[in-house]
Design a protein around this ligand. Structure first.
Ligand code: GUN
Length: 300
């Protein structure tokens, strides 16, 4: 069996960022509107700090305004809601990102519902969740779609062209990734099956997949012999595992060294889906700024 072609998310994300940067420059030149992204981080989770820092850095690199709000882990839900209300009204802010997970006892659903759906660049507001859940086959994505799922679908379309009629198996049913990925693949005319931790025989299900998207958060769960020869495999997992000598390593939800001899196309970890998330956030922020200018969503 030939080696899988690696899907280079790092390169695709760089090209998407460049196209978004061009879109930002054109929008600002023609309307005077500079897209603005507000990020909110509550608490000091180290991984979240890294993500949020990279989001505001990339926004600035692409010519956007970036407004960073850092709140202590003890912040009351009411204070967080007040900040969101202020950002909803601020005309310089086109996108609001509340980094998840939020510390307890804040109720995440309350917070996500408070963000203006037209500034919801994460696509987590129930209005946008519902729009994606009820979208017709091939209908335009003229509302914000969650960034990681959008990145997965862009990589698949770029790699395979038409996805129509293919059997897509999504492993994981989270509201952040699994469910929205499944909706995007349905929109692209795939036959979609969602598997999860309670599915009876995950390995057998995976073997039926022409497209396999794995977002279950279990290091190297999917083995080489779970994969149909030639399938396109998108590994959304980012798991840090101990190596035993005090060092750690990042691995996906797919056993990469096994999968690369069976799959037709495969995303590496890191360098696959990960870089697409931030690039798609910038894409969503540009689109919301265009909406404010009365312009339609534009493919970039
Ligand atoms: N935490 C992990 N992934 C995400 C994401 O895509 N958006 C936000 N806001 N928080 C996250």
């Amino acid at each position: 069996m030939a080696e899988a072609a690696l899907i280079d998310g790092k390169a695709f994300a760089a090209s998407l960022r460049e196209r978004v940067g061009t879109g930002v420059a054109e929008l600002t030149a023609s309307t005077g509107i500079r897209p603005g992204l507000a990020t909110i981080l509550v608490g000091d989770d180290p991984a979240s700090q890294v993500y949020v820092r990279s989001k505001s850095r990339v926004a600035a690199e692409l010519g956007m305004a970036s407004f960073d709000h850092r709140l202590p882990g003890t912040t009351a839900e009411s204070a967080l809601l007040q900040l969101i209300t202020r950002l909803n009204k601020d005309p310089a802010v086109h996108g609001i990102l509340v980094q998840l997970p939020l510390p307890k006892p804040i109720v995440t659903a309350d917070i996500l519902r408070a963000v203006d759906p037209d500034k919801d660049v994460d696509g987590f507001h129930p209005m946008n969740v519902g729009r994606l859940g009820s979208i017709a086959s091939g209908a335009p994505l003229d509302f914000p779609v969650p960034c990681t799922p959008l990145g997965c679908s862009m990589l698949l379309a770029d790699t395979l062209g038409s996805l129509s009629g293919r059997h897509a198996v999504v492993i994981g049913r989270s509201t952040l990734v699994g469910r929205p990925v499944a909706q995007l693949l349905l929109r692209a005319d795939c036959t979609v099956t969602i598997g999860h931790s309670r599915t009876r025989d995950l390995a057998a299900l995976c073997r039926t997949a022409d497209i396999l998207v794995v977002a279950i958060g279990k290091p190297e769960l999917v083995r080489g012999d779970w994969i149909k020869p030639g399938a396109a495999v998108i590994d959304v997992g980012i798991n840090r595992v101990a190596l035993g000598d005090g060092k750690t390593r990042l691995v996906g939800d797919v056993a990469f060294e096994e999968a690369r001899h069976i799959a037709g196309h495969l995303t590496p970890v890191p360098g696959g889906v990960g870089p697409m998330t931030v690039a798609c956030l910038m894409y969503n922020t540009l689109q919301e700024a265009r909406r404010r200018a009365g312009l339609p969503f534009a493919a970039v």
